[in-house]
Ligand binder design. Structure first.
Ligand SMILES: CC(=O)CC(=O)SCCNC(=O)CCNC(=O)[C@H](O)C(C)(C)COP(=O)(O)OP(=O)(O)OC[C@H]1O[C@@H](n2cnc3c(N)ncnc32)[C@H](O)[C@@H]1OP(=O)(O)O
Length: 436
């Protein structure tokens, strides 16, 4: 009879380091850079900071939401272009804006199970170099021509191309099942929850002030590597005041809802952005062997999805559902956190998330809870700014947030932090990090 193999782990997975390049406006400083350029630069920044040149890691997991077909092996190619040992395996993963954090979950779980000792989780996106595809008619005709066995058959295939087939297909920032952009979805949800323009603009202004102060204090010195002439996020505008933001015109939900004006503007919505972020994770033993100081421990994660097409829940509200499941598993309450990192897809996303957790009726009927999760201490929310000020290259946001929170916990020396990131398709990912 075979003796079962000893089960490996679970052991701790630690965040040992993080790096990102400053995020740029779409069409801005990185307009000529590809996903591959940005991801490779970000990996190399991490490698240089932590002395990992020539190191063979267990794996690198990364992803991009907007990706050219030539980038079918984006992460592996970035590893081959980096200073890491070329024998480091790599793979691509994509879960819309949850991508960056999902790669962290994958790498952390493999470390916990003893399958690998160390790995990098990363994400990259470029709205400047978004893939423009051929329309279906032209693509099919070209493929038919390529597969044709004779010159005549090739000509016949090409002759099928009609002028209308020549129009390119550009990626749409819209949900395929509703045709609405994420901004339009969010505008509707914000109106349903009665989130005021003032509250959104105040949150956006605070994000800019906090991010600027964090840069000024040197907080990002060991988290951000300058790239292509940029040393701070290009979108960061310390002059963003609530008064200034109040002057901006509505861009999503322009017609308003139930007689109330729309509230989402370019100032309280994330900008289309370019950038990359990476996180180094390892076992405690690997960190000690490499004389690296752990910043935080990865504790848990949860992913939820909502039926935003047929059901009552807004497109970007899935984290609202994921958090109570994770809290229950961990025996924690919403108030048991020293830091809250709630991705500012839109200022109203954060406000709706917090309002839902405070709403007794919603918590009872939609989350199945006896009591609401309750309010958080707002002074612990996004304390170093978030996506409204930094920008939001979709797949890079998770790595930015994990790096920021891990460093906050390391500086504090105790406590835990909650991460919440909404994603397209009605999904959301949440996680907990703890100080070590
Ligand atoms: C993807 C997922 O899975 C989940 C998610 O995260 S969902 C969230 C994804 N994000 C989005 O969908 C939003 C995407 N963003 C956009 O489409 C565009 O950035 C936008 C429509 C919001 C704005 O586009 P735009 O109008 O071209 O912006 P932009 O020209 O920079 O700004 C408009 C004006 O506001 C001003 N402005 C913008 N931000 C400002 C600020 N913080 N302070 C002061 N003024 C500001 C600009 O200076 C500009 O003023 P002028 O017209 O006088 O020049």
């Amino acid at each position: 009879m075979n003796t079962p193999s000893p089960a490996p782990g679970p052991r701790d997975a630690l965040v040992v380091g993080a790096n990102r390049i400053p995020f740029a406006k779409a069409g801005g400083c990185y307009a000529q850079a590809s996903n591959s350029d940005m991801l490779t630069a970000t990996l190399d920044g991490l490698v240089a900071r932590h002395g990992l040149a020539g190191e063979r890691l267990g794996e690198v997991a990364a992803g991009a939401v907007l990706k050219h077909s030539r980038d079918f092996n984006l992460t592996r190619e970035a590893v081959l272009g980096s200073a890491l040992d070329p024998r480091t395996p790599a793979y691509d993963l994509q879960q819309a804006c949850a991508t960056g954090l999902e790669t962290v979950v994958q790498v952390a779980n493999k470390i916990r199970l003893g399958q690998i000792d160390a790995g990098i989780a990363a994400g990259v996106d470029t709205a400047s170099d978004a893939p423009i595809a051929l329309g279906d008619g032209l693509r099919r005709a070209l493929l038919d021509a390529q597969h044709a066995k004779t010159p005549m058959a090739r000509l016949k295939a090409l002759a099928a191309i009609r002028p209308g087939d020549l129009a390119p297909e550009t990626p749409q920032n819209a949900e395929p099942r509703t045709g609405l952009s994420m901004g339009e979805h969010m505008a509707r949800t914000a109106a349903e929850w009665g989130i005021s323009r003032e509250a959104q603009d105040a949150l956006a202004a605070a994000s800019h002030q906090k991010l600027a102060a964090a840069y000024d204090s040197g907080f990002f010195d060991d988290l951000v590597t300058p790239f292509l002439g940029l040393s701070r996020d290009q979108f960061l505008r310390p002059d963003s005041t609530p008064e200034r933001l109040a002057e901006l015109k509505v861009v999503f939900g322009k017609d308003g809802f139930a007689g109330q004006p729309g509230t989402l503007t370019a100032g309280n919505s994330t900008p289309l952005s370019d950038g990359a972020a990476a996180v180094l994770l390892s076992s405690p033993e690997w960190a000690a062997e490499h004389r690296l100081t752990p910043l935080a421990r990865f504790v848990d994660a949860e992913v939820a999805a909502v039926d935003y097409v047929n059901g009552p829940d807004g497109l970007l509200t899935a984290p609202v559902f994921a958090v109570p499941r994770m809290l229950e598993r961990q025996g924690l309450s919403l108030q048991d956190f020293d830091f809250y990192e709630i991705h500012e897809a839109f200022a109203s996303t954060v406000e709706v998330t917090l309002a839902a957790w405070e709403d007794a009726e919603f918590c009872r009927t939609r989350l199945g809870l006896d009591a609401p999760l309750g309010p958080i201490d707002r002074s612990r929310l996004n304390v170093k700014g978030s996506s409204l000020a930094a920008g939001h290259p979709f797949a890079a946001t998770g790595g930015r947030i994990v790096g920021t929170l891990a460093k906050l916990l390391h500086e504090k020396g105790s406590g835990r932090g909650l991460i919440s990131i909404c994603a397209a398709g009605g999904q959301g990912i949440v996680a907990i990090l703890e100080a070590v």
